[in-house]
Design a protein around this ligand. Structure first.
Ligand code: 5GP
Ligand code: MN
Ligand code: MN
Length: 475
């Protein structure tokens, strides 16, 4: 690498401040992951480290790859009282994209014979693909209620169970959302898209718990080897994307009036204590509620499908994590408690045991951290650690991370053959887009085992269970 990376410990690497950097850049990874990382990740990390009010360091998780302005797998915290900023690119365009995991109450053996039927029914009932729409049509009033209420609104509408809310970050409803900041265009894009998975990397998967690494935590999570579980990965659809697009533009236009000198236009941001900064936070929180409601509705559809195909199933929510957010959190920095705006872009919050913001039922063991691998490889369930606070403001990786671009992947794989090869291994894929499948071929991603091992070894989170795909409904 052209960047002056210093090895701090076996699993962490540091770039000391140079140029306009205010804090160091820190990357958590093993040697192989570091070597495979694009230099662009380090460049982006150094750029983030120049932003006003950044606290402690700019971080990259082991799955990091370069993104728009901030790396995906990037974490940065800002202090509003020290001129700290909020950045639309630092949250990402798919606001509150995230993963939720459900227990099914069934073992793999109980579903194996109905796997194809299950895949077909899920594919029929859960809208998937570019521009797909659902059966819910929101008028102005309904839209506002959804933007304020998130998954709580969805439950009130009859999608799921009030008990689900205890297993969602923010108890399913992000406070401080401001529907008044959501444009007519964003609303229009979303009005028919509630309860839809979207395209590309988004998926609904039925998986088998293949191995338990930590039996105490697995018991607390209600997981046993051979259990069937469901992962749902999606975000805030057209609404989140429209919020990101609009505010990015506003932030670029307002940068000079805020006296912000940006090393990269893509880093556009606004002081937290500015009108624009507050407007973005209000809009972004409404976007978070949209994603939480969306995953809640998809959960409801999934339950209906299971009730039809496997009536003995009982789908209960393990947890729902968002991995594209900026959240106000209290963290102890050098012995002092501070309120910080933590950006996690392609990074999962990973609170350790005892953290007051973890639902009571899970508090003793730490927050579940849900890590996708790819449609053909394992995925992982981890738990947040106590050391995570000093290491990364309690953040961990969010996936395997891409090893190559979508375009490169389509040159190496054909969607149809990927589906056939996975089918031969007993993994049923359903997708409206064979091009999408090629872009998402398992080989296009990094080795998820190496990523979660590095996260664990670095102390960011603890491995709890490995899951392997049986059915994947892919965007
Ligand atoms: P992102 O949120 O950055 O779009 O993707 C998160 C992660 O999900 C990726 O880094 C990748 O490792 C993982 N992923 C992508 N597609 C799939 C899939 O079909 N199934 C599973 N289990 N994981 C996936
Ligand atoms: Mn995501
Ligand atoms: Mn997404």
């Amino acid at each position: 690498s052209d960047y002056p990376l210093k090895r701090q410990s076996e699993f962490s690497w540091r770039i000391d401040p140079f140029g306009k950097m205010r804090v160091p850049g820190i990357v958590y990874a093993d040697e192989q992951l570091i070597e495979a990382m694009d230099d662009k990740v380090f460049e982006q990390l150094c750029n983030v480290a120049t932003l006003p009010g950044i606290v402690q360091a700019a971080y990259a998780m082991p799955d990091a790859h370069w993104g728009y302005g901030f790396p995906i797998g990037g974490v940065a915290a800002f202090d509003a009282d020290e001129g700290g900023v909020v950045s639309a690119g630092g949250v990402g365009f798919d606001i509150s994209c995230g993963v939720r995991a459900l227990r099914t109450g069934l073992t793999v053996d109980e579903i194996e014979s109905r796997k194809t039927q299950l895949a077909d029914a899920l594919y029929r009932e859960v809208p998937v693909g570019v521009g797909s729409t659902g059966r819910i049509h929101l008028n102005e009033k309904g839209m506002n209620a959804m933007l304020l209420g998130g998954a709580r609104w969805a439950v009130e509408q009859g999608y799921g169970d009030p008990a689900d809310l205890d297993h969602i970050e923010e108890r399913g409803c992000m406070r401080g959302a401001d529907p008044g900041e959501i444009s007519a265009r964003a609303r229009k894009r979303q009005q028919d898209e509630m309860g839809t998975l979207g395209s590309g990397n988004h998926y609904l998967e039925v998986q088998r718990v293949a191995e338990i690494y930590d039996s105490k935590i697995a018991t607390a999570f209600g997981l046993q080897e051979n259990d069937a579980v469901v992962f749902i990965h999606c975000g805030s659809r057209g609404l989140g994307h429209q919020i990101g697009t609009e505010f990015l533009k506003y932030m670029v236009l307002a940068a000079s009036s805020h006296h912000l000198e940006l090393p990269d236009r893509e880093l556009a941001c606004a002081p937290i204590n500015s009108e624009l900064g507050q407007a973005y936070l209000g809009a972004m929180r409404a976007g978070i509620n949209c994603a939480l409601a969306n995953r809640q509705i998809i959960t409801h559809l999934t339950r209906q499908v299971f009730a039809e195909v496997l009536p003995e199933a009982d789908l209960t929510l393990l947890f729902d994590v968002s991995h594209n957010t900026c959240k106000l959190e209290t963290h102890t920095v050098e012995g002092r408690k501070r309120k910080l705006y933590v950006h996690r872009k392609g990074a999962t919050r990973a609170f350790g045991p005892g953290h007051p913001d973890i639902p009571e039922v899970l508090r003793a063991v730490g927050q579940p951290v849900l890590i996708g691998g790819s449609m053909g490889t394992e995925s992982h369930i981890l738990a947040g650690s106590s050391q995570g606070e000093t290491l990364s403001f309690n953040s961990a990786c969010h996936g395997a991370g891409r090893a190559m671009s979508r375009h490169q992947a389509t040159k190496l794989w054909k969607g149809r053959s990927v589906v056939d090869e996975l089918g031969a291994r007993g993994i049923v894929i359903r997708s409206p887009s064979m091009r999408g499948v090629a872009e998402e071929a398992p080989g296009a991603y990094k080795d998820v085992r190496a990523v979660v091992d590095a996260a664990q070894s670095a102390g960011l989170a603890r491995k709890v269970a490995r899951v392997e795909p049986l059915v994947c409904i892919k965007g």
